[in-house]
Design a protein around this ligand. Structure first.
Ligand SMILES: Cc1cc2nc3c(=O)[nH]c(=O)nc-3n(C[C@H](O)[C@H](O)[C@H](O)COP(=O)(O)OP(=O)(O)OC[C@H]3O[C@@H](n4cnc5c(N)ncnc54)[C@H](O)[C@@H]3O)c2cc1C
Length: 287
């Protein structure tokens, strides 16, 4: 990396970072934990970009609980998600996603904001954030805007973040104790693996009627972006989760995913696994 070919800024506050983004516009690439950035820069991506390092912007490092939601600063790391009692209690899929993320060294640096903005269809926190109805606060020097996570991704590595904006906060719904929720990652190994399929599910069952009163299902690595499975959710809503209904839902989920074949798995295998994992999570209450 030639030092003469780029400028490097280190922001210690959000206003500082936003000012630099405002002044430099297209030329700047944000650097948080650097776990994606450094690999991608070595591969030749972002060579023409100046770097704005936000790792030391401590005001973006928080997990706060208020009313029915939780606010997370974009600089929150995977380790911090794992250690948080609030996340364990009210956002279990996100806790579980962080637990199976990479390796201890990476979890210590990898941020939630970086995982979202890397916009990989296999990003492990993303299905969890989808079922937690995450909203993303995108900030520029002039204004903040809130975007539901399902609108944020335009394709692999493409988002609607503008060059003068950064992600500052993620707001998620708290799952009350009546919800059962889960996350599962199928990879080639148990650690440091990119997901072949990852899946988050949360559901609320009425204790008297045993019917499903809310269900959210989200898949990663089976479409150009992480997706919800709305038709499968619709099939299960207001029904009792019998074995035959769960089997039907698994078939429906297969028709909602559109995976590709790559070095990790074939499209057919991903489709099969999308169905099997859904059955597994719906039949086994692992809470
Ligand atoms: C060995 C290894 C194992 C990995 N394992 C996994 C895994 O198991 N699961 C998984 O999902 N990922 C994995 N990753 C990918 C990576 O660790 C994650 O995507 C991580 O969350 C990125 O966070 P970061 O802070 O390091 O981001 P960075 O590398 O600093 O940035 C990533 C991208 O996000 C942008 N960005 C960062 N912060 C912001 C912000 N606040 N606003 C706007 N844009 C921002 C950057 O410009 C860049 O484009 C792995 C990577 C490596 C190298």
């Amino acid at each position: 990396m030639s030092l003469s070919s780029f400028s490097y800024w280190q922001a210690l506050s959000v206003p500082d970072a936003l000012k630099i983004l405002h002044n430099e516009q297209q030329q700047v690439k944000l650097l948080a934990g650097g776990t994606d950035f450094t690999v991608q820069r070595k591969e030749g991506l972002w060579q023409d970009k100046h770097i704005l390092d936000i790792w030391k912007t401590k005001e973006l490092d928080y997990i706060r609980e208020s009313g029915k939601s939780i606010q997370l600063g974009a600089r929150t790391t995977m380790d911090e998600l794992i250690d948080s009692a609030v996340i364990r209690k009210y956002a279990k899929p996100l806790h579980l996603a962080a637990c199976v993320f990479a390796s201890p060294q990476i979890r210590n640096r990898a941020t939630l904001g970086g995982n979202i903005n890397n916009a990989s269809p296999a990003g492990d926190t993303l299905p969890a954030l989808f079922v937690l109805n995450a909203k993303l606060k995108l900030s520029s020097a002039k204004k903040d805007r809130l975007v539901p996570i399902h609108e944020f991704f335009l394709g692999p590595r493409k988002t609607l973040l503008q060059p003068n904006e950064m992600l500052t906060e993620i707001i998620i719904d708290k799952l009350d104790p009546k919800y059962q929720s889960d996350f599962y990652k199928l990879g080639e190994r148990n650690a440091v693996a990119i997901a072949i399929v990852n899946l988050a599910v949360c559901r609320k069952i009425d204790p008297r009627s045993h019917k499903v009163t809310d269900i959210r299902i989200s898949y990663g690595s089976v479409a150009p972006t992480v997706i919800r499975a709305p038709q499968t959710e619709q099939l299960l809503l207001h029904q009792t989760l019998t074995e035959s209904l769960i089997n039907k839902a698994a078939e429906r989920a297969q028709s909602e995913v559109s995976p590709i074949s790559d070095v990790r798995a074939s499209a057919d295998y991903r489709k099969e696994m999308s169905a099997s994992l859904l059955k597994f999570l719906l039949k086994n209450n692992r809470s």
